[in-house]
Design a protein around this ligand. Structure first.
Ligand SMILES: [Fe+2]
Length: 269
């Protein structure tokens, strides 16, 4: 099984650039075309939040129009820049089914790996949260299939990553979330967006990874002393490959224009 992940699209309304100058709609179209053209086609695409930049319905619908060009199923969760209602409205049950009334939490059981989508947003605030209602729903889902390899995606990393965007924003309910995951050994990955940086950590018996934005890379500041700022970059995304050994291996795809590919020189050992 192959899962593609894109994140932090930050789409502006049609005809506008994100923050007035970043062509995130062009980036999204390029990413969709790139993924559709891969030699090994992903089975599914997950979109880990911040689909829109301003949370408006027009931007969400515009994002859906572009995402609908995927040649494979795709699923979305909201991020802190999104309005939950706008995402549920624009994407509907085909791409964002609500398995828990009031939230964009759901499972997808069509693949070798079970996808578990978590809605981690707090309306009007930048940080993450899993409230008791969402945690209870997750506990029920994990308990009903304890042996099924599972892949959890949500917008916010639940732990500190050493940067302002995770550590200052915070995650309410992280301790209870950690305790719940520690009761299960079938979580192949918990993957997020939000920090617009590639990061990986062990956490609560699984691996947490963050996907890059498709064109707005945050300035890495491990001193946490500077205000958040970003670079515009060519799009990047991730491919999570389930190998024959049962491991979920992540490859990072950077859509820059490198020299090559060149053959390695033969070496005589
Ligand atoms: Fe973002």
């Amino acid at each position: 099984m192959l899962i593609a992940q894109i994140s932090d699209l930050h789409i502006a309304p049609p005809g506008e650039k994100t923050l007035g100058h970043v062509p995130m709609d062009e980036n999204l179209r390029a990413v969709v075309a790139h993924i559709n053209a891969l030699d090994k086609r992903p089975d599914v695409v997950v979109v880990s939040g911040d689909i829109t930049d301003m949370g408006d319905l027009a931007s969400a619908r515009y994002a859906r129009e572009m995402l609908d060009a995927f040649a494979m199923p795709y699923y979305v969760v909201p991020g802190n820049h999104d309005s939950r209602a706008a995402i549920l409205d624009a994407f509907g049950p085909a791409h964002c089914p609500s398995g828990l009334p009031g939230f964009a939490c759901y499972t997808v059981d069509d693949f070798a790996i079970r996808l578990i989508a978590l809605d981690s947003i707090i309306p009007g605030a930048p940080g993450g949260e899993l409230c008791p209602a969402r945690l209870n729903w997750l506990a029920q889902k994990l308990n009903e299939a304890p042996d099924l390899p599972s892949f959890i995606f949500l917008h916010h990393p639940p732990m500190h990553c050493g940067v302002l965007e995770s550590d200052a924003d915070g995650f309410i309910g992280a301790s209870a979330f950690a305790a719940l995951l520690n009761q299960h050994n079938n979580i192949l990955r918990l993957t997020c967006g939000h920090i617009h940086l590639l990061a990986t950590s062990g956490w609560s018996g699984t691996t947490v990874s963050t996907a890059p934005s498709i064109g707005m890379r945050l300035r890495l500041d491990l001193t946490k002393s500077r205000a958040s700022a970003f670079y515009t970059t060519p799009p990047a995304y991730q491919l999570h490959l389930l190998t024959s050994e049962g491991n979920l291996v992540t490859h990072n795809v950077f859509m820059d224009q490198p020299g090559g590919p060149y053959a390695f020189e033969p070496i005589n050992f």
